[in-house]
Design a protein. Structure first.
Length: 608
């Protein structure tokens, strides 16, 4: 993980090091508190503050042996660059030649990779996000300074003089969906830098934000597929460069299949694996794909032990899981997603590159893939987005729900103009750019990002396509056909390609039946996930932790009786229960403390 903060004094503040040093000192203390790894694991640390300047940049990392594209730091007496993620060689060379006032924004917005950048000169800072915002940046202001960081918690601690201040609207937005999706966040006064944006604080203006505006062209699906397939092969080689071993997760879906197809097309030697119980449909489909590609496959089975009642159980430790997740994500994640112990030493990219299918929905059209394949209407898009985003509206107070809806009204207004483009953009910027960005930040504590399908260059190519090309997952299908035609027609687990989900089309109608999804729903173990289970012990733990906590901000935005009813089994929503639990854990500030001890074990029975 790399953590960095840039500070610039506002124009009205007299020159001099006193105020700047005080703000930088507060930022350093905040980084100390938020840093999730052990101090002895710090691999690099820099403090850039030119004498007589109005700017400072703090940087620290626990990543050993980074490649040049992942170093995360460039600095001399006149300029500094800090970045998260991975940049391509062209952008890296531009940063070496330029400072933040001279670099071309389009070279950042169109570059290959997945990254966020902050650049500094003695009197200016500029921060850049890429098209999908999977590497997030946040900003805030104090009376004397503008601060930008890739850690919202760090900025909150600076503003709160060592204590985080939480936002009712941000908490309500998180709970409305159960995952981060809105630009309002749980930290009061902390803003998210938009996707594809440049934030600048300079002598000309204390704060200015401009955004990239890709123009839709006339490219066909076939033309786009050629470029995207070629780009994925190139990016696969960049991501795995310098690694002695490469592995890729394979499930029953389309995204991981695209990843292994690109690796195979790139000529990279790799193995694949699937996590789950032996009966899992994901494992059965993944194995078939690997056999077709001629690559080795293994199944990783979760540990199962004998429970008190004699059956097989998986043991969960929700409090430990919440501490790991919130400590790693800087207070922004949901413990429904399991993250590694942040004190685990960071794996060297020189050892093993491990790729997954995260972000693949982008090349499949984002939320546009859920629309009818021909002539979708604004009303249809509006219905899908409301059903997706506002799935927990019944648990919020009316005022909180209304405030959250108001905060995202711009997306619904965009649907009225072009429902397809709007549904693609909102997925890219606020699904990938909020939820996935949060979890990727947490994952980076122990391992380096190797996420093939979140490539800035590819996303910008997709944003330039005509809206009709984004429908029906046709681009993804065409890309896979170019990368590995031998697997494009193998059945998936649970669903089909969207363009033929309702019945045969002009694409190989004679073999439509043979592409029927693999299903194993008559085998309870095939789809088992302990986090989604509703059991007596787990529900009792959630009820106690969520409802018995002394009144706090949570109950300013949720309806206690509605939450209690849901936790008792009425329309029980596993991800929502975990989100409520994670919120209470966040509000306790326990995630900023030491690892919890003597946590409760919860036994979850595995189906026979």
């Amino acid at each position: 993980m790399r953590l960095f903060v840039a500070v610039r004094l506002k124009g009205h503040v007299p020159s001099g090091q006193g105020v700047l040093n005080a703000t930088v000192g507060a930022a350093a203390k905040a980084l100390d508190a938020v840093q999730p790894w052990a101090e002895e694991q710090t691999a690099a640390e820099y403090r850039w503050a030119p004498v007589g300047g109005r700017v400072a940049v703090l940087y620290r990392s626990n990543e050993p042996d980074p490649t040049a594209e992942r170093t995360g730091w460039l600095g001399n007496k006149t300029r500094a660059w800090a970045w998260s993620g991975i940049v391509g060689s062209d952008l890296l060379e531009s940063m070496r030649r330029s400072d933040c006032t001279t670099i071309g924004a389009k070279s950042v917005w169109g570059g290959i990779g997945s990254y966020a950048l902050i650049g500094g000169t003695p009197d200016t800072i500029s921060a850049f996000t890429n098209q999908h915002r999977s590497e997030a940046l946040y900003w805030t202001t104090t009376a004397d300074a503008v601060l930008v960081s890739n850690s919202a918690a760090t900025l909150s601690l600076v503003r709160g003089r060592g204590r985080p201040h939480y936002s009712r609207l941000g908490i309500a937005a998180f709970l409305m969906h159960g995952l981060p999706f809105a630009d309002v966040i749980p930290f009061e006064g902390i803003e998210v830098v938009p996707a594809g944006a440049r934030l600048t604080s300079s002598p000309a203006s204390d704060l200015k934000i401009i955004r990239d505006q890709p123009v839709q062209g006339e490219s066909s699906v076939d033309e786009a597929a050629d470029d995207i397939a070629e780009g994925l092969v190139e990016y696969a080689r960049i991501l795995t460069s310098g690694s002695s071993e490469v592995a890729a997760a394979i499930t029953g879906g389309k995204d991981s299949r695209l990843v292994v197809s690109a690796l195979r097309a790139a000529g990279i030697d790799f193995s694949s694996y699937t996590n789950g119980l032996p009966e899992s449909g994901e494992i059965q489909v993944g194995l078939r794909v690997c056999e077709a590609l001629g690559i080795p496959h293994r199944a990783n089975t979760p540990p199962v032990r004998r429970g008190a009642a004699g059956g097989s159980v998986i043991v969960g430790r929700p409090e430990e899981q919440a501490w790991r997740t919130l400590r790693s994500t800087g207070g922004l994640g949901s413990a429904f997603t399991t993250l590694a112990d942040p004190f685990t030493p960071h794996a060297s990219i020189a050892g093993k590159a491990n790729l997954g299918g995260q972000g693949g929905e982008i090349v499949r059209g984002g939320f546009a893939r859920t629309l009818p394949s021909t002539d979708p209407t604004p009303d249809q898009a509006d219905t899908v987005l409301r059903r997706t985003w506002f799935n927990n509206r019944d648990l919020l107070t009316p005022l909180a729900a209304e405030a959250v809806e108001h905060s995202v009204r711009g997306f619904f207004e965009a649907i009225l103009i072009d429902p397809v483009a709007a549904m693609f953009d909102v997925y890219v910027t606020n699904r990938t750019g909020r939820w996935l960005a949060t979890m990727r930040h947490g994952e980076s504590v122990v391992s380096t990002h190797t996420t093939l399908l979140i490539n800035n260059q590819m996303v910008r190519q997709m944003r330039c396509l005509p809206s009709t090309a984004l429908l029906g997952e046709r681009v993804a299908h065409a890309v896979m056909s170019r990368l590995a035609p031998q697997v494009v027609d193998l059945p998936f687990f649970r669903d089909r390609w969207a363009f033929e989900a309702q019945g045969p089309t002009s694409y190989k109608p004679e073999s439509w039946e043979q592409r029927a999804p693999y299903t194993a729903h008559d085998q309870p173990r095939a789809t088992f996930n302990w986090r989604s289970a509703y059991t007596k012990d787990l529900s009792a733990f959630f009820r106690s932790f969520i409802l018995d906590t002394p009144s706090n901000l949570l109950f300013d935005v949720v309806d206690r009786s509605a939450v209690e009813s849901m936790l008792n089994g009425t329309r029980y929503r596993p991800a929502t229960a975990w989100a409520l639990f994670s919120t209470q854990y966040m509000l306790s500030d326990a995630w900023l403390g030491a690892r919890p001890e003597n946590v409760q074990d919860i036994e979850i029975e595995v189906p026979a």
